[in-house]
Design a protein around this ligand. Sequence first.
Ligand code: UGY
Ligand code: MN
Length: 304
Amino acid sequence: MENPSLPGLLLSFFTLLSVFNQVLGDEGFCSAPSILDQADTSSKPLYWKVTSPTLSPSHLQDLPGFTRSVYKRDHALITPESHVFSPLPDWENTLGAYLITPAMGSHFVMYLAKMQENSKSGLPPAGVERLIFVIQGAVTLTNSSGISNKLMVDSYAYLPPNFEHSLKCDGSTTLAIFERRYACLDNHITERIVGSTDKLPLLETPGEVFELRKLLPASMPYDFNIHIMDFQPGEFLNVKEVHYNQHGLLLLEGQGIYRLGDSWYSVQAGDVIWMAPFVPQWYAALGKTRSRYLLYKDVNRNPL
Ligand code: UGY
Ligand code: MN
């Protein structure tokens, strides 16, 4: 038999190599989803994961009927693949997904609002206060005397009960919104607040390692606050909390494990959690990047 020539040998080698690569390709039988695929997040806008969620591992993305969402008596995890959007009542050209409502037992609502060029907000019902936080895009907030503020990603506004205002935008925008019926106190009123997370000071967190900012003043007039909590990978809550306050949480960045009652959940940016009063709660941040969440908490009122 004739010996194969060198070019012939090389050709066979490269043919074999390319077949081997195809077999092992992106979804190869022995490959895990590559961390490198997710690594280049530096060029992406802040909070991009909230509106571009992925399921991990990726081979579960199209599994019929699969969701990580859970609804229980004292907590719920509502993950992006089960968000359902419909026109928001009283808003123009805006789709909303109510993710936490009194039907679950909460005394507040939390929803995502998706606006576009010709969208306009409606007002909350009488006596209801509102906090909006910009996740994607930008929105212009105008009050009845014509004063306007442009709110970019990471900015927020608090509107006291019965405060006339409207929100408009030039393009695709996503807002997280919290509303509750204001619990009045004699001789106290709340004021309109406009701000941005990066301008807020870090607050003391005795006994804890996470970084804390609060969107609203801690003073008596305010019956709730929104905390911004940052954890580096590997950091976790030291206190295994059980408390009278309710929570509504939106994970803005990162991933980790949330313990709620006796259940332990893998969570990632875009996930929403409802925590009823007294549900045991604990978080540990994992992965390669910072975890950041927005957290509604009722404060400054006697629970009686
Ligand atoms: O302030 C809080 O109650 C907060 N640390 N809870 C939480 O992160 N689940
Ligand atoms: Mn808590």
